[in-house]
Unconditional design. Structure first.
Lengths: 119, 115
């Protein structure tokens, strides 16, 4: 079975600080996809990034960066120079493609990390 | 990305009643899913809505409680039947287009409160 662990329940930082959100996943499959979503107070789930298990290259998008390490089964998310608008709950998720035995494309979510950025 | 709308956006219902939530997508999508997010919790998949056939339910969710329809590739409904306060949650529709590598997008959610 697949599992996603986000050990940090809540994080509070001051604006302009860098912050890293941890994500550890478990799966026996060699092909899988990892995701990060943002859920601001409005409640809508906003897609941030998808990563293929075959692609361990780290990615940077503006102030956001992601560090994917298969050796430690981690997919961590870093926000550089945080802003108040970054305050939200961040979810890490994993899915298996349909062609995997038992794969269903469903997303298995971690419990989320609530990030508060104070001015 | 697909534009997804859900109706209603929120509702307050009485115990024992049923509510049907609609999910409309502006383009044809391969897969549609229904998730539940209980207060302060993560998201849990209820079922995969299959076009033209019965939905595929996850463990712990049954068709009698959460009947789902998907008459075409752009629309699905989820009914929460015989509601109790424990059903108070956000219900989210998500869609996925194309191949496995594509991301899943979520609708704005329906906030349900059962009194």
């Amino acid at each position: 079975a697949q599992k996603v662990t986000q050990a940090q329940t809540e994080i509070s930082v001051v604006e302009k600080e860098d912050v890293t959100l941890d994500c550890v996943y478990e799966t026996r499959d060699t092909t899988y996809y990892l995701f990060w979503y943002k859920q601001p107070p409005s409640g809508e789930l906003v897609f941030l990034i998808r990563r293929n298990s075959f692609d361990e290259q780290n990615e940077i998008s503006g102030r956001y960066s992601w560090n994917f390490q298969k050796s430690t089964s981690s997919f961590n998310f870093t926000i550089t120079a945080s802003q108040v608008v970054d305050s939200a709950v961040y979810f890490c998720a994993l899915s298996l493609p349909l062609f995997n035995q038992g794969g269903s494309e469903k997303l298995v979510f971690g419990k989320g990390t609530k990030l508060t950025v104070n001015p | 990305s697909a534009v997804i709308s859900q109706k209603p956006s929120r509702d307050i219902c009485q115990r024992g009643t049923s509510l049907t939530i609609q999910c409309q997508v502006d383009s044809q999508v391969t897969m549609m899913f229904w998730y539940r997010q209980q207060p302060g919790q993560s998201l849990t998949l209820i079922a995969t809505a299959n076009q033209g056939s019965e939905a595929t339910y996850e463990s712990g969710f049954v068709i009698d409680k959460f009947p789902i329809s998907r008459p075409n590739l752009t629309f699905s409904t989820l009914t929460v039947s015989n509601m109790s306060p424990e059903d108070s949650s956000i219900y989210l529709c998500s869609v996925k287009a194309g191949g496995s590598y594509n991301e899943q997008f979520f609708g704005p959610g329906t906030r349900l409160t059962v009194l």
